[in-house]
Design a protein around this ligand. Structure first.
Ligand SMILES: *[C@@H]1O[C@H](CO)[C@@H](O)[C@H](O)[C@H]1NC(C)=O
Ligand SMILES: *[C@@H]1O[C@H](CO)[C@@H](O)[C@H](O)[C@H]1NC(C)=O
Ligand SMILES: *[C@@H]1O[C@H](CO)[C@@H](O)[C@H](O)[C@H]1NC(C)=O
Ligand SMILES: *[C@@H]1O[C@H](CO)[C@@H](O)[C@H](O)[C@H]1NC(C)=O
Ligand SMILES: *[C@@H]1O[C@H](CO)[C@@H](O)[C@H](O)[C@H]1NC(C)=O
Ligand SMILES: *[C@@H]1O[C@H](CO)[C@@H](O)[C@H](O)[C@H]1NC(C)=O
Ligand SMILES: *[C@@H]1O[C@H](CO)[C@@H](O)[C@H](O)[C@H]1NC(C)=O
Ligand SMILES: *[C@@H]1O[C@H](CO)[C@@H](O)[C@H](O)[C@H]1NC(C)=O
Ligand SMILES: *[C@@H]1O[C@H](CO)[C@@H](O)[C@H](O)[C@H]1NC(C)=O
Ligand SMILES: *[C@@H]1O[C@H](CO)[C@@H](O)[C@H](O)[C@H]1NC(C)=O
Ligand SMILES: *[C@@H]1O[C@H](CO)[C@@H](O)[C@H](O)[C@H]1NC(C)=O
Ligand SMILES: *[C@@H]1O[C@H](CO)[C@@H](O)[C@H](O)[C@H]1NC(C)=O
Length: 734
């Protein structure tokens, strides 16, 4: 038993001085200092060593006598050097006495060196004697010469190029993630300027000019384009830990699988829907008119007579050209009409005529207010755009809206992805620890809205520090909550750090808090944003949280949701989730919808701009003056095919009436709103009537002859699915 314990200790080599001593309990390890003349003194075993005596220096399996110059020998010799620490040494005869009882075995610790080495040195076991200790430091290699920033940059470029060329991994997702990870590490130490140069070098080496929006690698990242420093900032904040690289590679390059949608505990956002908030209030039967216009995109560089059928970038500019037909704006294949073209932004006469047509087709005295769902600036290529151009266009647009609609029709506007510079870029206020780089824009837009008298000073100040978001009560008593949807817009690169946080900016917390207050006050709400929460332009995590919020407050508090962005006239139905949320944590499966419970409809307003291949349009709603639900809607359009034949001004025509188109037999009650239940019924009929979904798709283009409508049932089913998708996770299943 004793021996077994010892053997176990000997084999493991991990035990300390607590190991039972195999020879004698008196051989407990103790430390002593070697005195002059080979004597160890001190400690309880302070007896002097005698020259010529044989000693076992402690138990070599238990104690280290190494690095102390103690050379214990079986016959004579100096035992140790003066002043050095050694284990207490005991007379070998004690050991021998013990040993004499049995034969030496391979695992015995004493005696050792029983095989003579002649003139050779004493050979040691277990690091005893002069054998260097395990903690002995070795000299460091001479340092390589330190690298210049240029050399570091070159090395990064070389690595990323090698990764991109498939030298490391060959699937495009791995290549993308590895490249972005390498750039992330580089961005931690390189300056923004150095990173900009790295990005330009990589772009040029890999010939990524197709990604630089018709500029050069240099003009996109540096100079007039100037995006390099923004990418450098994003790269510094990204982390594999939150799946940022995968998200970036999925949303920006489509080379990876979509990252999983995060689990969101709804109870951290709102209390469950109260039992008395399950239905919308009864309609009053009275209506007011509300105008909805969107995607203005006025182009102050529109070159009348320039090339309107160009092959790169935005047409109708003085530098537009058609490479296939070998034409330029000096000798265009299709001269740009001053009233607009299908590949061009809005020329002034088209934009202004839209307002004139509102006055002709709607009794403006009955218009309570208007909503503008964003996008003011032109689609100029990145390296021809600038902060100054954005400022100029924002100022002139809102002054124009006011001049055209007058002071009695307020415009409740929202910030679009094109109402910023660089386009779509927005950062959460927490991104930097000082000021938001984009606050100039929030300050400008909110000041314009205040100057025109659409929001008051308190609301302006809120908007200027909350990315343009505000809540305002109209004189009719409707609460309008305008939010900045760039925080779910896929090209906003700053959505790809800390990806798993569905609300880094706090915009959805603001929305929820406003809705809770409105619910408590029994007030009806419209939510106004630019990028739809469903469809391919939304990032999944914030879009599913938005869907949760809308489902929670519909249909009792929210009376309408409004977007723009697609340039089409679309609907987006919000359904309730199937079953209860995960009981303890209130966690949803965001693709598991209950299609029997439509709760809200998002109205995606048609664009004024014809880009790309659409006609110009705007809409007007008849809105219940007490519930603020939409009772009917009409759209007016300008057929851009005829733009070269118009005289004086564009010809705006009535396009369609929602009730007569989608309820031709008047089965829906006259005072009932065209709510989610109505539009759900329309989609159900579409499923068995291809003509109906085709008609919807044609109206979505504002009756453009330029867009081919599919007649494949599978493709049409995808279009119906898109109407029934109000978050990105569901859209991805279509
Ligand atoms: C071997 O050395 C280690 C570390 O010094 C010690 O913990 C162990 O007890 C020694 N083993 C024997 C059998 O002496
Ligand atoms: C990876 O990307 C390259 C370059 O865009 C493309 O040619 C190739 O087809 C892609 N490979 C796969 C498997 O998608
Ligand atoms: C535009 O140019 C393309 C060639 O780049 C040509 O195929 C097309 O028919 C032209 N379209 C119009 C409307 O002129
Ligand atoms: C394009 O036009 C230019 C100038 O008119 C002419 O010199 C050139 O040969 C033309 N190229 C082609 C491919 O037609
Ligand atoms: C932000 O700045 C404040 C004041 O300069 C400082 O106390 C705080 O530690 C900073 N926080 C971070 C996360 O850098
Ligand atoms: C702005 O309107 C809100 C109510 O909508 C009000 O609470 C606030 O005091 C107003 N601010 C100013 C400066 O009038
Ligand atoms: C990332 O998001 C988490 C919440 O999901 C938050 O606690 C954390 O502060 C965020 N980090 C950064 C760098 O924004
Ligand atoms: C609720 O969600 C948590 C976290 O995903 C999960 O562990 C748990 O099993 C779920 N419970 C139910 C009842 O689905
Ligand atoms: C979520 O719901 C969808 C649709 O019902 C289902 O296909 C999917 O498996 C569900 N996901 C999870 C994780 O339960
Ligand atoms: C829509 O209106 C109809 C008719 O008033 C009503 O039965 C239905 O519950 C409403 N749907 C919603 C989601 O409010
Ligand atoms: C638009 O104009 C074109 C060209 O004149 C014409 O073919 C087309 O039918 C028009 N569309 C509508 C809806 O009137
Ligand atoms: C299908 O839809 C078309 C277009 O709205 C309509 O004219 C037609 O009557 C519908 N057919 C049926 C059977 O409802």
């Amino acid at each position: 038993m004793h021996l077994t314990t010892y053997l176990a200790a000997a084999l493991s080599f991990t035990l300390s001085t607590a190991i039972p001593n195999p020879f004698s309990p008196d051989l407990a390890a103790r430390s002593a200092t070697c005195a002059e003349g080979g004597k160890s003194v001190g400690g309880p075993c302070g007896e002097a060593h005698q020259k010529g005596q044989n000693y076992a220096c402690g138990d070599h399996r238990i104690l280290k006598c190494r690095a102390i110059g103690l050379t214990w020998q079986t016959t004579g010799g100096e035992n140790c050097a003066a002043g050095e620490k050694c284990s207490v040494c005991l007379l070998v005869s004690v050991v021998n006495g013990h040993e004499s009882h049995r034969r030496a075995a391979p695992l015995d610790t004493y005696p050792r060196n029983t095989v003579p080495n002649g003139d050779g040195p004493v050979l040691y076991y277990n690091g005893t004697g002069p054998v260097p200790g395990v903690d002995t430091l070795s000299p460091k290699p001479a340092a390589l010469p330190s690298l210049s920033t240029q050399q570091v940059s070159n090395a990064i470029v070389q690595e990323v190029v090698a990764i991109a060329e498939g030298k490391f991994q060959s699937d495009n997702c791995s290549i993308c993630i590895s490249s972005v990870s390498a750039l992330h590490i580089a961005s931690l130490s390189l300056s923004q300027d150095a990173m900009t140069t790295v990005l330009i070098d990589i772009c040029e080496t890999l010939d990524l000019t197709s990604l630089v929006d018709h500029g050069t690698c240099n003009s996109y990242f540096s100079g007039t384009g100037g995006l390099g420093p923004y990418f450098a900032q994003l790269l510094q904040m990204m982390s594999v830990a939150t799946g940022d690289m995968q998200a970036f590679c999925f949303y920006e390059f489509k080379v990876c699988e979509a990252p999983p949608v995060v689990e969101i505990d709804e109870s951290a956002w709102f209390s469950p829907k109260p039992a008395n908030k399950g239905t919308a209030p009864e309609p009053s039967g009275e209506t007011v008119e509300v105008l909805h216009f969107s995607d203005w995109h006025l182009d102050p560089r529109f070159d009348i007579g320039g090339e309107a059928n160009c092959t790169t970038g935005l047409c109708c500019h003085s530098d537009s050209a058609n490479a296939n037909l070998n034409t330029t704006s000096l000798d265009p294949s299709l001269p740009a009409s001053r009233f607009g073209d299908y590949y061009c932004d809005t020329p002034a006469d088209l934009g202004l005529s839209a307002f004139k047509s509102m006055g002709r087709n709607v009794d403006l005295k009955k218009v309570a207010f208007s909503i503008f769902t964003g996008d003011i600036t032109s689609h100029d290529r990145t390296d021809q755009f600038s902060q100054a151009l954005a400022e100029y266009e924002e100022r002139s647009a809102y002054a124009t809206f006011r001049a055209q609609l007058g002071s009695s029709i307020p415009v409740y506007a929202t910030l679009g992805n094109h109402d910023s510079w660089p386009s779509g870029f927005n950062t959460p206020n927490s991104f930097r620890n000082d000021t938001n780089s984009f606050s100039w824009n929030y300050e400008l837009l909110s000041s314009l809205w205040q100057t025109e008298g659409w929001i008051n000073e308190t609301e302006q100040q809120y908007a200027s520090s909350h990315y343009g978001a505000y809540a305002h009560t109209t004189k009719e008593g409707l609460r309008i909550i305008s939010i900045n949807s760039d925080f779910w817009y896929t090209p906003n690169i700053f959505n790809y750090y800390n990806y798993t946080d569905p609300d880094k900016s706090g915009i959805l917390r603001f929305l929820t808090n406003e809705l809770l207050a409105a619910e408590a006050a029994d007030q009806r709400v419209w939510i106004v944003g630019h990028v739809p929460s469903g469809g391919g332009s939304a990032v999944a995590n914030p879009s599913v949280l938005f869907h949760s919020i809308v489902a929670r407050f519909s249909p009792a508090t929210i009376a309408g949701v409004f977007f723009g962005h697609t340039h089409q006239d679309n609907k987006q139905i919000f359904y309730d989730f199937a079953g209860a949320s995960n009981s303890s944590l209130s966690i949803r499966n965001y693709t598991d919808l209950n299609y029997d419970t439509p709760l809200m409809v998002g109205w995606v307003g048609p664009s004024i701009v014809p880009l790309t291949n659409y006609n110009a349009g705007w809409s007007v709603y008849q809105v219940d003056s007490s519930t603020f639900e939409i009772v009917n809607a009409q759209v007016y359009f300008a057929n851009i095919s005829n733009s070269l034949t118009w005289n004086g001004e564009p010809d705006w025509e009535f396009e369609y009436d929602a009730r007569s188109t989608y309820d031709p037999e008047c089965q829906w009650p006259a005072t009932a709103p065209l709510n989610a239940t109505f539009w759900d019924g329309v989609t159900n009929r579409m499923m068995s009537n291809n003509s109906l979904i085709q008609e919807y798709l044609f109206l979505a283009t504002k009756k453009s002859p330029m867009v081919a409508i599919s007649d494949s049932t599978e493709s049409l089913a995808g279009s119906i699915c898109a109407i029934r998708s109000s978050n990105r996770a569901v859209s991805d299943t279509c």
